[in-house]
Design a protein around this ligand. Structure first.
Ligand SMILES: *Cc1c(COP(=O)(O)O)cnc(C)c1O
Length: 586
């Protein structure tokens, strides 16, 4: 086992059974192998299939396809294949990046053809299209040697636009090559919007009037937004469109229509996505409510909430998942059963403690292949209490929060014979003088300079999905403290709760779907109050861990509240219900 899990004991007779269970029996005629659900994403985090994303967006994309595969839903993921993959190591506490070369051939993809992307005043770019079929689903991926790394270059720069155009036009051409027509297109963030533009162009080319084509495409497109601030979105100039976009559109009417959307010579990708997608969603209740987006007429956009979920087969330790299934806490679709709360009430702590012991073994096995901040391999003692923090080291996630009061942290770790483990990629290209970089450096040096913390606090480099899974199963308490209002959803917290790890969290992202949040909540009106609250919750979590009854009560409370949210099948159900009406005439 390589940290990330995979068992599959599904016994769904046929996808029709799932459609019937969600009261959408008519979907059998709407989504078919020739007319699949098409999901477009700049990022997938699926190392088994050779594609390593940068964070939550890619994890979600990979999980969505896996859930579709288990449910036997015809589903296509359109995504670029990056031939260079970013890794992060550390030398004298300074992070540095390395790149690893990859090709789709190494991961069982088949080349099915090539697509030419036109660029004005430059030779065509040639994209190789690869396909990998996995059950009812497939990856269609496009690549070329100059494609670069994920998110390389400026977010409104030429190279980014070239990547977006390659994904959109190349991806749509790949669908045609495979003989597929989308039943629906889900745009995972705005960078994917050109898939919809390519579809519009095809309809116009086939003789449809541009306005009819827009109405049709709008009806069959979903824009999933993960960002909070519209200004953070990519924006391109008319000159950039003249160079990279318009040469790939054949319909003069479509070009004319898109030119009309520019304001002051610029167009934001969210504005284009909002124009071309009737259905729009945010990724948690809170996010859908607070994401403040406006369409080109100045009207505020209404986002429906479809909270992210995770693929249980991937993220839950096999023993725990089997237990959920055998006790019918979850049903054969991996959704909580009707009486899962009563079943949870009867669960004994001893069995769950055994699972956590097995989880520690899995974590230590993963750690044998890893290095800490000093370049050393570490192991967590079997009987030590373990706190963890695992998420990208960006400002709003505040990885340094537990280190604000070093003496307090030391006391908590010492009093409970506890260790603290953390992991998370640091943003690339930062250096001294950058606020986030400086705070991380300060934290790492504070740890290194203290004899006790040096032994008890471990930063593991090169964060990835295997490490994430291992940390969820092998830790006792997870710390999630995004600044409230900044986390769109987050899925790491779901991995923790599902693997019986107590969650300490601020009331943000998907955690805030439950009112009040059923976690050990960090709250406060000021940052200092939040820090004090975090230490209180760490002490409380430690107290629970030392007392079977308190521990199991908290596990029941957290798992009971969040299991329906965690279920990736629930997410898929929400999307299908949102996109397709129950009647036959949609
Ligand atoms: C689960 C996971 C994420 C998701 O992180 P959030 O901060 O919860 O959005 C990101 N990266 C990796 C490698 C993961 O496994």
């Amino acid at each position: 086992m390589s940290g990330k899990f995979s068992i599959n004991t599904q016994s769904i007779e046929d996808v029709a059974e799932f459609y019937a269970a969600i009261e959408r029996g008519n979907l059998r005629h709407k989504i078919s192998p020739e007319r699949p659900y098409v999901y477009v994403t700049m990022e997938v985090y699926d190392m088994k299939n050779g594609i390593r994303g940068a964070g939550g967006l890619g994890v979600l994309a990979a999980d969505t396809r896996r859930v579709a595969e288990q449910l036997e839903i015809p589903f296509v993921t359109l995504t670029p294949f990056y031939q260079e993959e970013r890794h992060q190591k550390m030398n004298t506490l300074i992070p540095y990046d390395t790149a690893v070369k990859k090709t789709p051939i190494d991961f069982g993809f088949n080349e099915i053809g090539e697509v030419f992307i036109k660029v004005s005043d430059a030779p065509d770019a040639v994209l190789n299209i690869y396909e990998k079929i996995l059950g009812s689903t497939r990856f269609l991926t496009m690549t070329e040697p100059e494609f670069g790394q994920l998110y390389s270059g400026d977010s409104s720069g030429d190279h980014r636009l070239y990547q977006m155009v390659s994904l959109g036009f190349g991806g749509y051409a790949a669908l045609k090559m495979s003989g597929l027509k989308p039943a629906v297109i889900q745009l995972n963030e705005t960078a994917t919007v050109f898939a919809t533009v390519a579809r519009l162009d095809e309809l116009c080319r086939n003789g449809m009037n541009i306005y009819e084509a827009i109405v049709y495409v709008r009806k069959h497109t979903l824009f999933t937004n993960h960002t909070l601030v519209q200004a953070a979105d990519s924006e391109f100039t008319i000159n950039q469109f003249n160079k990279f976009v318009f040469p790939n559109i054949t319909s003069p009417a479509l070009k004319h229509y898109i030119r009309g959307l520019f304001k002051n010579g610029c167009l934001r990708m969210s504005n284009l996505a909002i124009e071309l997608a009737e259905a729009k969603n945010g990724v948690s209740r809170l996010h859908a409510r607070i994401a403040e987006y406006y369409d080109l007429s100045g009207e505020r956009v209404d986002f429906k909430a479809v909270t992210n979920g995770i693929d249980m087969n991937t993220w839950i330790m096999p023993g725990i998942l089997e237990f959920y299934r055998n006790t019918e806490i979850i049903d054969k679709f991996d959704m909580p059963s009707n009486d899962y709360l009563e079943i949870l009430e009867k669960v004994e702590p001893d069995l769950l403690r055994e699972f956590k012991k097995m989880g520690r073994v899995i974590l230590n096995k993963e750690l044998e292949t890893r290095k800490n901040q000093y370049g050393t391999i570490i192991q967590i003692p079997d009987d030590a209490m373990l706190f963890e923090f695992k998420r990208r080291f960006v400002e709003y996630k505040r990885p340094w929060m537990p280190f604000e009061n070093i003496e307090e942290l030391k006391a908590i770790l010492r009093d409970n014979d506890a260790h603290y483990i953390m992991a998370g990629m640091m943003p690339g290209g930062m250096s001294t003088g950058d606020r986030t970089y400086d705070r991380i450096q300060e934290m790492l040096h504070a740890i290194a300079d203290d004899e006790f913390l040096r032994e008890r606090v471990h930063y593991i480099t090169d964060y990835d999905e295997n490490l994430s899974a291992a940390m969820s199963v092998g830790s006792d308490v997870s710390i999630n403290v995004p600044e409230v209002g900044w986390e769109a959803c987050g899925t790491s917290f779901m991995k923790d709760i599902a693997n019986l790890t107590l969650l300490i969290s601020t009331n943000d992202g998907g955690v805030a779907d439950i009112e009040p949040p059923a976690v050990l909540e960090v709250k406060g009106k000021t940052y200092d109050e939040e820090v004090a609250s975090l230490y209180d919750q760490m002490r409380l979590a430690a107290e629970m861990l030392r007392d079977d009854e308190k521990w199991i009560a908290e596990i029941r409370r957290q798992l009971g509240a969040y299991l329906p949210i965690i279920s990736g099948t629930r997410m898929m159900q929400d999307y299908l219900k949102f996109l397709f009406k129950p009647e036959n005439n949609n």
